[in-house]
Design a protein around this ligand. Structure first.
Ligand SMILES: N[C@@H](CCC(=O)N[C@@H](CS)C(=O)NCC(=O)O)C(=O)O
Length: 218
Protein backbone atom coordinates (compact mmCIF):
# COMPACT_ATOMS: atom_id res chain seq x y z
CA UNK A 1 0.00 0.00 0.00
CA UNK A 2 1.32 3.40 -1.01
CA UNK A 3 0.24 6.68 0.54
CA UNK A 4 0.94 9.83 -1.48
CA UNK A 5 0.95 13.19 0.28
CA UNK A 6 0.38 16.18 -1.96
CA UNK A 7 -1.58 19.25 -2.90
CA UNK A 8 -4.05 19.35 -5.78
CA UNK A 9 -2.32 20.07 -9.11
CA UNK A 10 1.17 20.19 -7.60
CA UNK A 11 4.08 17.90 -8.53
CA UNK A 12 2.46 14.97 -6.75
CA UNK A 13 0.09 14.86 -9.75
CA UNK A 14 2.68 12.93 -11.80
CA UNK A 15 3.33 10.45 -8.98
CA UNK A 16 -0.41 10.03 -8.53
CA UNK A 17 -0.85 9.23 -12.25
CA UNK A 18 2.00 6.71 -12.05
CA UNK A 19 0.38 4.96 -9.08
CA UNK A 20 -2.94 4.79 -10.91
CA UNK A 21 -1.28 3.56 -14.13
CA UNK A 22 0.59 0.93 -12.14
CA UNK A 23 -2.70 -0.28 -10.76
CA UNK A 24 -1.27 -0.71 -7.28
CA UNK A 25 -3.21 -0.05 -4.07
CA UNK A 26 -2.69 3.54 -2.99
CA UNK A 27 -4.24 6.42 -1.15
CA UNK A 28 -3.81 10.07 -2.13
CA UNK A 29 -3.83 12.45 0.83
CA UNK A 30 -4.38 16.10 -0.10
CA UNK A 31 -2.81 18.52 2.35
CA UNK A 32 -4.06 22.01 3.15
CA UNK A 33 -1.13 24.23 2.20
CA UNK A 34 -2.84 27.47 3.21
CA UNK A 35 -3.76 25.88 6.53
CA UNK A 36 -0.08 25.18 7.25
CA UNK A 37 -0.06 21.42 6.71
CA UNK A 38 3.24 21.49 4.81
CA UNK A 39 5.07 23.08 7.74
CA UNK A 40 3.53 20.75 10.34
CA UNK A 41 5.88 18.46 12.30
CA UNK A 42 4.03 15.48 10.83
CA UNK A 43 4.76 16.59 7.26
CA UNK A 44 8.33 17.68 7.99
CA UNK A 45 8.89 14.13 9.19
CA UNK A 46 7.78 12.95 5.73
CA UNK A 47 9.66 15.54 3.68
CA UNK A 48 12.73 17.33 5.07
CA UNK A 49 11.89 20.54 3.17
CA UNK A 50 8.16 20.49 3.90
CA UNK A 51 7.29 20.15 0.21
CA UNK A 52 5.27 17.72 -1.90
CA UNK A 53 5.26 15.03 -3.10
CA UNK A 54 6.04 12.73 -0.19
CA UNK A 55 5.39 9.06 -0.80
CA UNK A 56 5.01 6.38 1.82
CA UNK A 57 6.21 3.11 0.29
CA UNK A 58 6.71 -0.45 1.56
CA UNK A 59 10.40 0.55 1.83
CA UNK A 60 9.80 3.73 3.82
CA UNK A 61 9.14 7.41 3.05
CA UNK A 62 10.37 8.94 -0.19
CA UNK A 63 10.44 12.48 -1.55
CA UNK A 64 11.49 14.23 -4.80
CA UNK A 65 9.23 13.77 -7.82
CA UNK A 66 11.98 12.20 -9.91
CA UNK A 67 12.95 9.68 -7.25
CA UNK A 68 9.33 8.65 -6.64
CA UNK A 69 8.71 8.21 -10.37
CA UNK A 70 11.86 6.15 -10.89
CA UNK A 71 11.02 3.96 -7.89
CA UNK A 72 7.48 3.30 -9.14
CA UNK A 73 8.64 2.91 -12.73
CA UNK A 74 11.15 0.18 -12.01
CA UNK A 75 8.87 -1.69 -9.59
CA UNK A 76 5.71 -1.60 -11.62
CA UNK A 77 6.74 -1.83 -15.26
CA UNK A 78 6.53 1.86 -16.15
CA UNK A 79 10.26 2.12 -17.01
CA UNK A 80 12.94 -0.22 -18.37
CA UNK A 81 13.98 -2.67 -15.65
CA UNK A 82 17.43 -2.53 -14.08
CA UNK A 83 19.75 -4.49 -16.35
CA UNK A 84 17.68 -3.90 -19.50
CA UNK A 85 19.63 -2.65 -22.51
CA UNK A 86 17.40 0.43 -22.74
CA UNK A 87 17.98 1.40 -19.12
CA UNK A 88 20.98 3.65 -19.79
CA UNK A 89 19.24 5.75 -22.42
CA UNK A 90 16.09 5.95 -20.33
CA UNK A 91 18.01 7.11 -17.24
CA UNK A 92 19.94 9.71 -19.24
CA UNK A 93 16.77 11.29 -20.56
CA UNK A 94 14.90 10.96 -17.29
CA UNK A 95 17.62 12.89 -15.47
CA UNK A 96 17.72 15.40 -18.33
CA UNK A 97 14.01 16.06 -17.76
CA UNK A 98 14.31 16.09 -13.96
CA UNK A 99 17.43 18.23 -13.76
CA UNK A 100 17.34 20.21 -16.99
CA UNK A 101 13.65 20.74 -17.63
CA UNK A 102 11.87 20.63 -14.26
CA UNK A 103 14.28 23.10 -12.63
CA UNK A 104 14.02 25.53 -15.56
CA UNK A 105 10.22 25.27 -15.45
CA UNK A 106 10.36 26.29 -11.79
CA UNK A 107 12.33 29.41 -12.80
CA UNK A 108 9.74 30.16 -15.50
CA UNK A 109 6.94 29.96 -12.92
CA UNK A 110 8.66 31.36 -9.81
CA UNK A 111 11.49 33.64 -11.09
CA UNK A 112 11.11 35.92 -8.04
CA UNK A 113 12.57 33.13 -5.93
CA UNK A 114 15.83 33.67 -7.81
CA UNK A 115 15.65 37.48 -7.88
CA UNK A 116 12.73 39.63 -6.79
CA UNK A 117 14.22 42.63 -8.60
CA UNK A 118 14.88 40.82 -11.87
CA UNK A 119 12.01 38.35 -12.05
CA UNK A 120 11.24 39.08 -15.70
CA UNK A 121 14.84 38.59 -16.79
CA UNK A 122 15.07 35.32 -14.85
CA UNK A 123 11.82 34.05 -16.40
CA UNK A 124 12.92 35.07 -19.90
CA UNK A 125 16.24 33.30 -19.48
CA UNK A 126 14.44 30.20 -18.20
CA UNK A 127 12.15 30.28 -21.23
CA UNK A 128 15.11 30.46 -23.58
CA UNK A 129 16.77 27.49 -21.85
CA UNK A 130 13.51 25.56 -22.00
CA UNK A 131 13.00 26.16 -25.72
CA UNK A 132 16.51 24.89 -26.41
CA UNK A 133 16.08 21.81 -24.21
CA UNK A 134 12.57 21.05 -25.47
CA UNK A 135 13.90 21.04 -29.04
CA UNK A 136 16.52 18.46 -28.01
CA UNK A 137 13.92 16.38 -26.17
CA UNK A 138 11.54 16.65 -29.14
CA UNK A 139 14.18 15.31 -31.55
CA UNK A 140 14.77 12.32 -29.29
CA UNK A 141 11.04 11.70 -28.72
CA UNK A 142 10.47 11.74 -32.49
CA UNK A 143 12.57 8.55 -32.73
CA UNK A 144 9.87 6.91 -30.56
CA UNK A 145 11.93 4.78 -28.19
CA UNK A 146 9.91 2.07 -26.46
CA UNK A 147 10.25 3.80 -23.08
CA UNK A 148 8.78 7.07 -24.40
CA UNK A 149 6.16 5.90 -26.84
CA UNK A 150 2.61 7.28 -27.10
CA UNK A 151 1.26 3.72 -27.14
CA UNK A 152 2.86 2.82 -23.79
CA UNK A 153 3.13 5.90 -21.57
CA UNK A 154 5.50 5.27 -18.68
CA UNK A 155 6.87 7.47 -15.92
CA UNK A 156 8.91 9.67 -18.26
CA UNK A 157 5.88 10.36 -20.47
CA UNK A 158 3.83 11.22 -17.40
CA UNK A 159 6.56 13.55 -16.09
CA UNK A 160 6.93 15.38 -19.41
CA UNK A 161 3.15 15.72 -19.75
CA UNK A 162 2.86 17.42 -16.36
CA UNK A 163 5.70 19.83 -17.17
CA UNK A 164 4.05 20.71 -20.50
CA UNK A 165 0.93 21.63 -18.51
CA UNK A 166 2.91 23.86 -16.19
CA UNK A 167 4.78 25.67 -19.00
CA UNK A 168 1.49 26.57 -20.67
CA UNK A 169 -0.67 27.21 -17.60
CA UNK A 170 1.57 28.76 -14.97
CA UNK A 171 4.36 30.95 -16.44
CA UNK A 172 5.18 34.03 -14.39
CA UNK A 173 3.86 36.19 -17.26
CA UNK A 174 1.36 35.09 -19.87
CA UNK A 175 3.53 36.11 -22.83
CA UNK A 176 6.22 33.67 -21.65
CA UNK A 177 3.94 30.61 -21.91
CA UNK A 178 5.23 27.64 -23.89
CA UNK A 179 2.71 25.58 -25.82
CA UNK A 180 2.99 21.82 -26.35
CA UNK A 181 1.62 22.45 -29.85
CA UNK A 182 5.12 23.58 -30.88
CA UNK A 183 6.57 20.12 -30.20
CA UNK A 184 4.65 17.48 -32.18
CA UNK A 185 6.35 14.37 -30.77
CA UNK A 186 5.97 15.58 -27.19
CA UNK A 187 2.40 16.63 -27.94
CA UNK A 188 1.62 13.10 -29.18
CA UNK A 189 2.95 11.64 -25.93
CA UNK A 190 1.00 14.07 -23.73
CA UNK A 191 -2.15 13.59 -25.83
CA UNK A 192 -1.91 9.83 -25.33
CA UNK A 193 -1.28 10.23 -21.58
CA UNK A 194 -4.17 12.66 -21.21
CA UNK A 195 -6.62 10.24 -22.84
CA UNK A 196 -5.86 7.29 -20.60
CA UNK A 197 -8.53 6.33 -18.05
CA UNK A 198 -5.97 6.26 -15.23
CA UNK A 199 -4.85 9.80 -15.99
CA UNK A 200 -8.40 11.04 -16.41
CA UNK A 201 -9.36 9.64 -13.01
CA UNK A 202 -6.40 11.31 -11.31
CA UNK A 203 -7.01 14.59 -13.13
CA UNK A 204 -10.57 14.66 -11.85
CA UNK A 205 -9.30 14.13 -8.29
CA UNK A 206 -7.07 17.18 -8.81
CA UNK A 207 -9.96 19.26 -10.16
CA UNK A 208 -8.68 19.19 -13.75
CA UNK A 209 -10.68 18.64 -16.91
CA UNK A 210 -10.49 19.27 -20.65
CA UNK A 211 -7.07 19.07 -22.30
CA UNK A 212 -5.30 19.53 -18.98
CA UNK A 213 -1.86 18.46 -20.28
CA UNK A 214 -1.85 19.58 -23.88
CA UNK A 215 -3.95 22.74 -23.89
CA UNK A 216 -4.78 23.67 -20.31
CA UNK A 217 -7.12 26.47 -19.42
CA UNK A 218 -5.21 29.55 -18.33
N1 LIG B 1 12.51 19.13 -6.43
C1 LIG B 1 11.29 18.88 -5.69
C2 LIG B 1 10.47 20.14 -5.69
C3 LIG B 1 9.27 19.98 -4.81
C4 LIG B 1 8.44 21.25 -4.83
O1 LIG B 1 8.94 22.39 -5.01
N2 LIG B 1 7.14 21.06 -4.63
C5 LIG B 1 6.22 22.18 -4.62
C6 LIG B 1 4.96 21.84 -5.39
S1 LIG B 1 5.22 21.62 -7.12
C7 LIG B 1 5.80 22.48 -3.21
O2 LIG B 1 5.75 21.60 -2.37
N3 LIG B 1 5.44 23.75 -2.93
C8 LIG B 1 4.98 24.15 -1.66
C9 LIG B 1 5.76 25.30 -1.09
O3 LIG B 1 6.60 25.86 -1.81
O4 LIG B 1 5.52 25.63 0.07
C10 LIG B 1 10.52 17.74 -6.33
O5 LIG B 1 10.60 17.56 -7.55
O6 LIG B 1 9.82 17.02 -5.61
Amino acid sequence: MYRLYGVQDFANLAVHVALEEAGVPHEAVFLDMDGGDLRSPAHLARHPMGLVPALETPDGMMFETGACLLYLGERHGLAPAAGAAERGAFLSWFVFVNNGLHTAVMDLIHPYRVSEDHARAVAEAARARLMERLAVLEAMAATRPGWLHPDRPGVLAIYISMLLRWMRAFPWAGDLAISAQEFPALLAIATACEARPATQAVAAAHGLSGRFFTDPEV
